[in-house]
Design a protein around this ligand. Sequence first.
Ligand code: BTN
Length: 242
Amino acid sequence: MNLSAIQQAMGPQSARFHVQWLARCGSTNQVLLEAARQGAPSGTLIGAEIQDAGRGRRGREWQHLKGNLAFSLLWHVPGDPSGLSLAVGLAVTEAFSPQVPDLRLKWPNDVLWQQKKAAGILIEVARPEWYVIGIGVNLGDAAALPAELNATALPCANREQLAARLFVALAEVLDRFAASGFAGFHVQWMARDAFANSQVLVSGATSLTGIVRGIDEAGALLLETNAGTIRVMSGDVSLRPA
Ligand code: BTN
């Protein structure tokens, strides 16, 4: 990765980031959590060409494919973090706009393209109000992706330009989030909702089935069930034939 090309493409926002790019590591989230423990400042960003132990949500593994974009960003976010990962998903869609206008978001934080997963987000808490925001974006050759992942890759002519757009979009989203929380992103998120009005299964501590009726201003999923509309705070959503 050419870091000076990224800095140049970011313009004045580059002053807010401290970017390092590793040839290889276990997990950029893990490396950054350790750096945070040693006092790394907000804006520290660690990317890697290869991750041997990339972490996914809910203890899953994140499979790293050659040429993908994988990085973690440490950011100080004061106040209530409800909906933070949803807002970060919007930053990813922003970075691909207008080249890929039809990205969708799957609650809580997958980015889908043409019904397949194109990017994943894993936010871990370094300490109160300090978050490690890990993002993996599949780029390039979709055919190289294992079929069982139900994943796809996004077009990208220039990784540095894309990374710069994504970092700037993240700074903008995180500033807005710090100022007014998730409420200000609510409408924008709903417009990208991949599963709006779909029959789904939500698996987590308990499993629930119902129809997605959007999200609320705190980012909770609103699920219409036989027992009424339920606010779901965490879980995995999958489509369920009606
Ligand atoms: C998911 O969809 O399950 C979340 C995937 C998050 C993957 C990224 S890649 C960069 C960062 N480092 C990690 O170990 N995980 C995140």
